[in-house]
Design a protein around this ligand. Structure first.
Ligand SMILES: [Ca+2]
Length: 224
């Protein structure tokens, strides 16, 4: 009961808190692979067994800066279990006095399975002093192993405010406007067309050509 009473003024303060003039954007960038794919963007090609490193970049703009962030990753939300989580860690920066490794919250990390998304939670940083203003910094890093079920099908990992640890506050403790939470994809090998499919394609091309030739002959004006 005492806890509830204590929380009431806090809730009032939170509701009364003005909207922050600061913003936060997250970018997810593949930074390394043991395979043949090219790192450096939010898309990467990979085969089963490749280890992929994903960087979680945060950019804050606006005069009130950032005093703390908590961010989760959700992966394999399509239920295809294309990735397995190998490791994840929050990255230390000079302005963070409070830092939590996701490994400290094993209950909030879970693996994706067939039909079930996986989660990394949470990359968590903060400071009691004024935090960074107009800065881009590396918030965290996760390593995934690629499964045989990998395919070229769009987003495989995305940033998320999925848990109660997640959020972003400015130096006046107002909630920061979240512009984007980031998304990244792994492109599996595109299947080679089979001989049967190639034969069928050839027949279709021939049929279209014959039809066009036929209609052109019909439309030709009679020779004088
Ligand atoms: Ca998995």
């Amino acid at each position: 009961m005492r806890r509830l009473l204590l929380s009431v003024p806090y809730l009032g303060w939170l509701l009364a808190a003005p909207a922050s003039a600061s913003t936060l954007s997250i970018d997810l960038i593949w930074s390394a692979t043991t395979g043949f794919g090219t790192p450096g963007s939010d898309q990467i090609e990979a085969l089963a067994g490749d280890l992929l490193t994903l960087d979680v970049w945060a950019t804050t703009t606006g005069p009130e800066g950032l005093s703390g962030v908590g961010l989760s990753l959700r992966f394999d939300e399509d239920g295809k279990n294309e990735l397995d989580l190998v490791s994840a860690m929050t990255i230390s920066q000079p302005y963070w006095s409070l830092l939590a490794d996701p490994g400290n919250y094993p209950l909030l990390n879970f693996e994706s399975e067939a039909g079930q998304a996986g989660q990394v939670a949470s990359f968590l940083v903060g400071t009691l002093d004024p935090g960074p203003v107009d800065t881009t910094f590396l918030l965290g890093q996760a390593v995934f192993e690629v499964n045989p079920s990998v395919q070229a099908d769009g987003v495989d990992v995305r940033g998320s405010m999925a848990t109660s640890l997640d959020g972003a506050f400015d130096n006046l403790n107002a909630p920061v406007a979240l512009l984007s939470l980031g998304a990244a994809g792994v492109r599996g090998p595109v299947p080679e067309p089979s001989t049967g499919q190639l034969l069928l394609l050839g027949l279709v091309v021939l049929a279209v050509r014959e039809t066009r030739l036929g209609s052109r002959t019909e439309r030709s004006p009679p020779r004088p």
